[in-house]
Write a protein that binds this ligand. Structure first.
Ligand SMILES: Nc1ncnc2c1ncn2[C@@H]1O[C@H](COP(=O)(O)OP(=O)(O)OP(=O)(O)O)[C@@H](O)[C@H]1O
Ligand SMILES: N[C@@H](Cc1ccc(O)cc1)C(=O)O
Length: 481
């Protein structure tokens, strides 16, 4: 059993600063009940809590739970007393993400937004990446057993997801990997220290188990059946070793979260742990936004460009935009009400609310630079836009525009009329000439006035690409190979 003196800096800091009444005391009182081989070494991504999370931190004034409820971000809480507790003292709050893909997605963003709300109200956000649970597979909301991921893929996913969380939540968030405390636990330890406190009847009653047994012919493996205890024990560990007293998750996580509060009650003999679930964000067809679903709205810019991310929100239907502003932005409800009122007025410019939504969410996820990249690309794609183009902007729109590759020596000195035809932008030279005469032929967003215009080396943006446009919407990227 690790003792406080052997713990790394992270945990010592937790012990010395955290306000929870159990802390060190509970370790000595309950030490015999703990998994003896728990590794308490934090991953390199974790950080020590700063003094802002110490006992000296001012009590949060705002009722975070009320704020979340007013915005439609609460489905259920395990106890109403969380309303009082959250205004009395800064809390540590965690949300877990399994590394089943290289990136988080729009559905997962809700958890990050709620963590950020907690942080903004004076609490400490903890993001847990499931390096261990990702090897087991959460049956919640899944009708079939999850495919097993190889270790290399999992480790890469853990690292990519940590980077995304760090970028979005910043240095205020603590990021942990549950593999750090599960990797040395033996099966016998698990049965003795966790399994003993879990009742089969309760486990069978979980929605995820019942649904799988009813809906799937192959049922549920013992491995996935055990998942609830892994997540449950994570909460015990985080509660006891780090003073984390609240776990949040989507409504599909209720069974796993209450597995944790039950275990905490049984192992640590306290009611001081709380769970909060939020509604799942659903697509228009009623299915949830997820990472294993098609057409995911990824948060990683390498899987979905900030431009496309921005466009998704810019194109949200009017019927959804106010709900999305409440759920996905930090604008005050008063500001959102003003936007809603404007939408009902006669002079309302279509998509003004969507523009605000897209700006706020893109800035939160991709930062100011990402937002600017998205705005530039949006501008560049506008019919007849005259935006100065750089390579990044052209790459930003690349997925939405056809492209054609040519060698540098083929393209230099080539006439623009000919180029429009050979790349397939226009069907014939006569069509190209007509377009040019009507003022509709553009090279890199600049109007082409002369039929004799040829491509020069300065036209090639950063030595890599050209953008041709014919009329308002028809565009072609020419890549120099
Ligand atoms: N559409 C969604 N709306 C709200 N929360 C979601 C949504 N999808 C996932 N979450 C939440 O994100 C957290 C992490 O979920 P998880 O890692 O299982 O993602 P997932 O998309 O459900 O993955 P998978 O598609 O592999 O099941 C959980 O709290 C889960 O409830
Ligand atoms: N089960 C959660 C992820 C998670 C993993 C471990 C935890 O301790 C908490 C949450 C999900 O799949 O969405």
């Amino acid at each position: 059993m690790a003792t406080a003196s052997t713990l790394p800096c992270l945990l010592k800091t937790f012990f010395s600063h955290h306000h929870h009444k159990l802390s060190l005391l509970s370790i000595s009182r309950h030490s015999h009940q703990y998994l003896s081989t728990l590794s308490l070494h934090s991953s390199s991504k974790t950080r020590c809590f700063s003094s802002s999370s110490s006992t000296n931190a001012p009590s949060p004034q705002k009722n975070i739970i009320k704020i979340l409820q007013q915005r439609g971000l609460v489905e259920s809480i395990t106890s109403e007393s969380l309303q009082t507790v959250c205004t009395a003292t800064p809390l540590k709050v965690y949300c877990g993400f399994d590394p089943t893909a290289q990136s988080l997605h729009l559905g997962n963003l809700i958890g990050l937004i709620i963590l950020s709300w907690f942080s903004r109200c004076g609490h400490v956000p903890v993001a847990l990446i499931g390096g261990a649970t990702g090897r087991v597979g959460d049956p919640s909301g899944k009708t079939l057993e999850r495919p097993e991921l190889d270790v290399k893929t999992l480790e890469n996913n853990v690292s990519c997801i940590s980077d995304i969380v760090r970028k979005i939540l910043g240095d205020d968030a603590v990021i942990l990997n549950n593999y750090d405390w599960w990797k040395d636990v033996t099966f016998l330890d698990f049965l003795k220290n966790v399994g003993r406190f879990a009742r089969i009847g309760t486990m069978m009653g979980k929605e995820s188990v019942k649904r799988r047994l009813e809906a799937s012919e192959s049922g549920l493996s013992f491995t996935e059946f055990s998942y609830q205890l892994l997540q449950g024990y994570d909460f015990v560990h985080l509660f006891d070793k780090m003073g984390v007293s609240v776990q949040i998750g989507g409504s599909d996580q209720w069974g796993n979260i209450t597995a944790g509060t039950d275990l905490i009650r049984k192992i640590l003999h306290t009611d001081g742990a709380y769970g909060l679930t939020f509604p799942l964000l659903l697509k228009s067809d009623g299915t949830k936004f997820g990472k294993s679903e098609d057409g995911a709205i990824w948060l990683s810019s390498s899987m979905l460009s900030p431009f496309k991310f921005y466009q998704y929100f810019f194109n949200v239907p009017d019927a959804d935009v106010v709900k999305f502003l409440k759920i996905l932005t930090f604008l005050s409800l008063e500001e959102i009400n003003v936007i809603e009122e404007e939408m009902g007025k006669s002079g309302y410019v279509p998509n003004t609310a969507q523009r605000k939504l897209a700006e706020e969410v893109t800035r939160f996820v991709h930062g100011q630079d990402g937002l600017e990249e998205a705005l530039k690309a949006t501008e560049a794609l506008k019919p007849g836009a005259e935006t100065k183009l750089d390579w990044k902007t052209i790459e930003g729109i690349a997925e939405d525009v056809p492209s054609f590759s040519m060698k540098l020596d083929q393209v230099l000195n080539y006439g623009l009329v000919d180029l429009s035809v050979s790349t397939g932008l226009l069907d014939s030279k006569s069509a190209a000439r007509r377009m040019l005469k009507q003022g509709g032929l553009y090279l890199n967003n600049c109007r082409v006035d002369s039929e004799g215009r040829k491509i020069e080396v300065e036209d090639i943006v950063e030595g890599k690409v050209l953008l041709l446009s014919a009329g308002k919407k028809n565009k072609m990227i020419v890549r120099i190979s």
